[in-house]
Design a protein around this ligand. Sequence first.
Ligand code: GTP
Ligand code: SPV
Ligand code: MN
Length: 585
Amino acid sequence: MYNNKYVNEWVEQMAQLTQPDEIVWIDGSEEEKDRLTKQALSTGELVELNQETYPGCYYHRTAENDVARVEHLTFICTSKKENAGPTNNWMEKSYAYARLGNLFNGSMKGRTMYVIPYLMGPPGSEFSKVGIEITDSIYVVLNMRIMTRIGKIAMDFLGDSNDFVKGLHSKGELDPEKRFICHFPEDNAIWSIGSGYGGNVLLGKKCFALRIASALGRREGWMAEHMLILGIEDPNGKVEYIAAAFPSACGKTNLAMLIPPEKYKKAGYKVWTVGDDIAWLRIGKDGRLWAINPEAGFFGVAPGTSMKSNPNALLTTKKNTIFTNVALTENKEVWWEGMGVPAPEKALDWRGNPWTPDMDAKAAHPNSRFTAPAKQCPCISDKFEDPNGVPISAIVFGGRRAKLAPLVYQSFDWEHGVYVGATMASETTAAATGKVGVVRRDPMAMLPFCGYNMGEYFQHWIEMGRKIPNPPKIFNVNWFRLDDEGKFIWPGFGDNLRVLLWILDRCNDKADAVKTPIGYLPNPGDIDLEGTDVDLDTLKSILDVNKEDWIEELKSQEEHLGKFDKLPVEVRNQFEAQKERINNL
Ligand code: GTP
Ligand code: SPV
Ligand code: MN
């Protein structure tokens, strides 16, 4: 037990509800990690990987029906429905406590309750906040240990305050019929039951750092966003920072760790990772927007991660990493599709069934993940733990659009940028259950993560823009345009630096642009193609603004915007102005 009376009282109440056999207070020590790991190995919850090739690494499989976030079972629970807004599932707050209370009642009988104090953000930062997660899963404890700063460091930060987010998690029966991920932004509380999958149960991540924090940010005048943060160092040693919001499994981890193309590497360009998934942003004393990464680890998509696509991510996972739902080889190593090494002759697939390469089934689940400490990343920024964060020069929105959205464009100004973010769309991925590859609107990549009414969220963006004396410029990118054969036109990955450099040049008034109805596009000659196999005509084909296509797009945008009960007039006006510009094209 720690000596914060608010924490102790709340833990006592939750213990009365869930009735564990035992309560273990997590301190974050190595000894504790070893003890819990041993215990998880003894029950099969974890499998020890080959300690020669994967020191400190472990393997875990979730239940087959529990492999991704469940948006249809995720709720914002407020007194009034309008506070959750049109894009969130809503449960009335006291009804939710009662309904989930029934499920939590006795759910930890015969189990141990772990109490995990955790800190989101670096110690000593005005950005940082404390959460306490109660859970009956060792897997959760060991993942939270990587993803956040747990134990004494969090309790020291909290002191005797009652300002902490109360998170209650129980695996329950792992029954999808009895699975709920409920958020109570009015009470800074999260109740999650019936799942053992990352985004549903590592409560510091999407539940706190986005859903609860977005609501806190609105009340307190800051922002919590589904954004990576990266620094680009030029040959003179000057580092500028970009924050980018892409929907789940759309390339944040990859972009955050990109390796410059050979030519740029030689010239002295470097990329530094500050964060790969979540940014908390505040207005700094200098009038710029500053960001921290509240997390301490990466919960990254495994498939597609190779020494070619993302060596920094792969190298980060070489030790002290937990792998979930990938394939397990006979010598206790991991494998996944797109790892860039030959498939093992035999393996156990993510379900635990025997697998051979001739089978017409994937060995790793498409949403299989690694949990790895950020500090192990070869390109981790020296500002990763800076309590002040980093100043943001550009905000970049993006998604998967096979057609329409150009490789890159810049919004006319902040308000136009908010409209661009508010109408963002992307094809769905395996990160959430449901159909994959369907275009859906995903404003600011926050559709599944906004903890309050999304119309008010847009309003908050508008108001932040007015308050930031020197706001970042706002851009949109799309790495995912397809040709008629269904192949990616843009090489992506490291070559995305070419686009980021144009973005920074625009921020520094060093590049011209073509003014189009949707924003400023690069002169094709201003995106450097040397060293790629993209020719200028191909580049032009993904820097086009086609009137007919955009008329269709605007119809769909209008329908989308029509769903918001609290759409800011500024966003509506931006839409109307864009429509007029397109019609005049
Ligand atoms: P979450 O952790 O779910 O929020 O996802 P993320 O946005 O961090 O996605 P991630 O970087 O893990 O990328 C997921 C998928 O996108 C992988 O299959 C990558 O191979 C693919 N991807 C990433 N960058 C690019 C790119 O520039 N071009 C193409 N074609 N694919 C990319
Ligand atoms: C995402 O789905 O956007 C993730 C993984 O980053 S999860 O933690 O499951 O949300
Ligand atoms: Mn994410």
